[in-house]
Design a protein around this ligand. Structure first.
Ligand SMILES: Cc1ncc(COP(=O)(O)O)c(C=O)c1O
Length: 507
């Protein structure tokens, strides 16, 4: 990689006005030296070839070579035959990096109350994502994603690209993808919608961010299931909402247990309650739609996991049942395909379309066109359907292996609830140990499992681990569970280390 270094050299003192003119090479030498000592040029970085540099600076190549010779003699740079010139770390010379210290104390404008609220309510489940993926909840089998097929679809996109397709794109998404999504949703979710109501986003959380920003005023009431998705809880709180928690029982969200006056919306995961996995009964769905109508409120249906929860016992969506256009439907491909894809969508009632689109256009503009096009072809050519079948088969296999080896290695310490049809199971802790402390201990050993108590809106006695079982292959599942068993057995013999640890809820 050769940068045009003209600007950097000028900022470090290089000047074509050096007098007498033959001394230009000294000016160049000085400028390089200063740039190296101040670490604008890092040790081992490659300098541009002398011919390129001479061209960029408008000087002769021999002038550049003279400056390089001096730098070589003083060991600021080295020459590697057939490769080029490289910056050296000069011995006995202190290199300075001019980056302001993190603790710098200046007088700056204060954060907005919304900015402060985002900092306070942020939940960071991914902050240690470099520590591996076993058993991070919510990941599909990442190792079976058809990489070569996806690459082919991308190649196809680039092969026929036109210059105008490299320009700005429609905020709400490519027409072809929205048409294919409308068909897909008809078949899988019993949803009849106009493709114009579909907005392509980077995922459910992005959709939720857009919708809640156009709807919520500080102190508005928002109904949430308890337990719930911590990121959604953090988002609504950051926007100043008052959270009205609704208990979850065997039929899903129980409206009788909610105390609120006039909520702006109900956020719900009816297909597969998060994180319990309970599917909302038909009676409760009808009740919820009636209640929303009486309260004149919206419903946000987060259908993050419908492929899994409806595989064996299909049940349509709330959106499909709603006769009053009160439901905003959120879907995502990040949970079925892989989260780094960042592709999701929402269906928005007509009267909210303009506001959502305006906010979207003024923030992240639109989703990468190539991803949208590849996804559109992936659906159209039936690859999605095929991948879905593979994912179901593999996750079922992995769940069986996980459960067998979990019982073998950890059965003494947990009661394992495997009823969730999705991508995780919940291990309820039997012994006197607190899930948040256990989560930390496991993370120290590069094992990810989320503390169940963090999914609750209020402090709770619920105590367990939420564990994804299918992102890694069977061998890794077995090895990691064995290791986890050893860690927990060791902790069990030193109970002080992990007993009740009342950490602030981070949701
Ligand atoms: C309940 C629920 N909704 C939405 C999401 C977000 O999905 P996305 O990656 O599409 O933003 C998640 C992610 O874990 C989730 O668990």
């Amino acid at each position: 990689m050769h940068f045009n270094m003209k600007g950097l050299l000028i900022r470090n003192g290089f000047s074509l006005d050096a007098k007498p003119q033959p001394h230009i090479y000294l000016s160049l030498y000085d400028a390089f030296k200063r740039a190296i000592l101040n670490r604008f040029l890092e040790p081992d970085s490659k300098l541009p070839p002398s011919r390129v540099l001479a061209h960029d600076l408008g000087i002769s190549r021999s002038t550049v070579l003279k400056a390089f010779d001096l730098l070589l003699v003083e060991r600021y740079i080295t020459a590697i035959k057939g490769s080029g010139y490289y910056v050296l770390c000069p011995k006995n010379k202190k290199l300075k990096l001019k980056i302001p210290s993190v603790a710098s104390k200046g007088n700056y404008p204060s954060l907005s109350s919304r900015g402060k609220a985002f900092c306070e309510n942020a939940h960071w489940p991914g902050e240690d994502s470099n520590k591996g993926v076993a058993f991070r909840p919510g990941l599909p089998p990442l190792d079976i994603f058809p990489v070569q097929l996806w690459k082919k679809l991308m190649d196809e996109y680039w092969k026929y690209i036109t210059p105008s397709e490299l320009s700005y794109s429609n905020t709400i998404g490519l027409q072809c993808l929205r048409n294919n999504l409308a068909n897909y949703l008809k078949i899988y979710r019993d949803i009849q919608c106009d493709p114009e109501q579909i907005i392509v986003t980077t995922g459910s959380l992005h959709s939720l961010y857009l919708v809640s920003n156009i709807l919520l005023e500080p102190n508005d009431e928002v109904v949430m299931e308890n337990p719930t998705y911590p990121m959604a809880h953090g988002l609504f709180r950051s926007l100043g909402a008052k959270i009205c928690a609704g208990p979850v029982d065997a039929e899903g969200l129980n409206l009788n247990g909610i105390s609120c006056v006039k909520p702006k919306f109900v956020y719900t995961t009816p297909s597969c309650q998060y994180p319990t996995g309970i599917k909302m009964s038909m009676a409760r769905r009808k009740e919820l739609l009636k209640w929303a109508s009486e309260k004149e409120t919206f419903i946000i249906e987060d259908d993050y996991n419908h492929e899994f929860s409806n595989w064996e016992k299909p049940l349509g969506s709330l959106f499909g049942m709603d006769q009053q256009e009160r439901t905003i439907y959120l879907g995502t491909f990040n949970k079925l395909i892989h989260p780094s894809m960042r592709l999701g969508y929402m269906i928005v009632p007509y009267y909210l379309l303009d506001a959502v689109t305006a906010l979207y256009r003024q923030s992240s503009r639109f989703v990468s066109r190539e991803n949208q096009k590849a996804m559109s072809l992936f659906i159209e050519r039936d690859y999605l359907n095929k991948h879905l079948r593979n994912v179901m088969e593999v996750s079922q296999e992995r769940k069986e292996i996980f459960v067998e080896h979990f019982d073998r290695n950890l059965g003494a310490h947990f009661y394992l609830d495997t009823s969730n049809p999705g991508l995780h199971v919940i291990g309820h802790i039997k012994a006197e140990m607190k899930d948040v402390a256990l989560e930390r201990e496991l993370l120290d050993q590069n094992i990810l499992a989320h503390a169940l108590s963090k999914y609750y809106v209020h402090p709770t006695d619920e105590n367990g681990l939420v564990m994804g079982f299918c992102s890694v292959n069977p061998k890794q599942i077995k090895d990691t569970l064995y290791k986890m068993g050893e860690i927990i057995t060791k902790l069990h013999t030193h109970p002080m280390k992990y007993s009740k640890d009342n950490e602030k809820l981070s949701d």
